[in-house]
Design a protein around this ligand. Structure first.
Ligand SMILES: NC(=O)c1ccc[n+]([C@@H]2O[C@H](COP(=O)([O-])OP(=O)(O)OC[C@H]3O[C@@H](n4cnc5c(N)ncnc54)[C@H](OP(=O)(O)O)[C@@H]3O)[C@@H](O)[C@H]2O)c1
Length: 299
């Protein structure tokens, strides 16, 4: 395995070195640069696997990715799946970026066990919902820890990931992690207090949209379309609507107005959604998700 990399080197981002980054790109000349070459992932399930796939699709050399599962067998299985290197937790801890993809309940015990093996400049990135930086820093007091909340579309490089920096994370560390994850989609930094809201909007968000697409497709079938045509139309509609908002910067209310002719079909449909308090249902669902994220954080 490649040895842990030093933090204070100059390097430029390249496909095999995606996260070499200047600390001060927003605030003046680059004085401090943090380079990420070796990446590890401990816990490669739905989310970790989606990120691994997104990173590899973006040009990360799978041989620079060390993966670790809960058993030697599962480690070998995920290594073979991604063409990555099978490693131990201690080897993974020595990498430049150490991504923790285990379930929330497993994060603190795992971090406690790998803390002595972390490289001096390793950056730990926890994907876990509801596990605070404070809890993680309690068991790894000197570690550079970033809390991340990604979502599953990172799989196709159209994800949305929010990051919050721990107390030993420098601007250079943060920039390096942003550069590492940017090929998987939008990456934004938020205050940790906003993470429950992030879970409600983008972490759990893909599930609401999948639910909506499924409902639209089912209704299309009831109206006489074949299942495949109804699904293809619903997926293309959601994809197109999102792309339209992103590429035009248009407010959703204005975009909705463009589709809604007076006395037309869309106006009739929107009136039904409003009578069924669509916004209230979406809002209540998201508040429930945020509340659950908050509760998970207390455990
Ligand atoms: N799914 C989402 O949409 C989503 C979104 C945002 C954040 N997250 C966060 O992502 C994390 C993972 O969620 P997930 O949905 O990907 O769960 P998951 O599919 O169950 O993946 C967790 C993986 O961790 C492995 N594992 C368990 N204990 C381990 C250990 N001690 N060492 C190494 N590997 C271990 C398990 O694999 P083996 O036992 O087979 O090795 C399993 O594949 C969670 O903390 C969650 O909060 C998930």
């Amino acid at each position: 395995m490649t040895a842990p990399q030093s933090a204070q080197r100059t390097a430029q981002p390249t496909p095999s070195n995606p996260a070499a980054s200047a600390a001060t790109e927003a605030s003046g000349p680059a004085t401090e640069v943090h380079e990420i070459v070796t990446i590890s992932m401990i816990g490669v399930g739905n989310m970790g696997g989606a990120i691994a796939q997104g990173l590899i699709a973006a040009g990360v050399d799978p041989q620079h990715l060390v993966v670790v599962g809960s058993t030697p067998e599962s480690t070998e299985r995920v290594a073979a799946k991604f063409g990555a290197r099978a490693g131990t937790a201690a080897e993974a801890a020595a990498c430049d970026a150490v991504i923790l993809g285990v379930k929330p309940a497993g994060v603190v015990p795992l971090l406690e066990s790998i803390a002595p093996s972390l490289g001096a400049e390793s950056i730990v990135v926890s994907l876990a919902a509801g596990v605070s930086l404070k809890k993680m820093e309690h068991v790894a007091p000197t570690a550079h820890i970033v809390r991340a909340m990604p979502n599953t579309p990172v799989l196709v490089r159209r994800g949305a990931t929010a990051l919050s920096a721990g107390r030993h994370v420098t601007a250079a560390h943060m920039t390096a992690i942003k550069h590492l994850l940017e090929p998987t989609g939008l990456v934004i930094e938020v205050a940790e207090k906003d993470m429950d809201a992030v879970v409600a909007v983008s972490g759990s968000g893909p599930a609401y949209i999948f639910h909506m697409i499924d409902a639209m497709a089912e209704a299309g079938v009831r109206l006489g379309l074949t299942r495949q045509v109804a699904l293809d139309l619903a997926v293309a509609t959601v994809e197109g609507a999102g792309t339209q908002l992103r590429e035009t910067g248009m407010h959703p209310a204005l975009a909705r107005e463009m589709v809604t002719s007076p006395g037309g079909t869309t106006a009739q449909a929107l009136a039904v959604l409003d009578r069924q308090v669509f916004r209230g249902i979406v809002g209540d669902a998201m508040e429930a998700a945020a509340q659950r994220s908050h509760e998970l954080g207390k455990n």
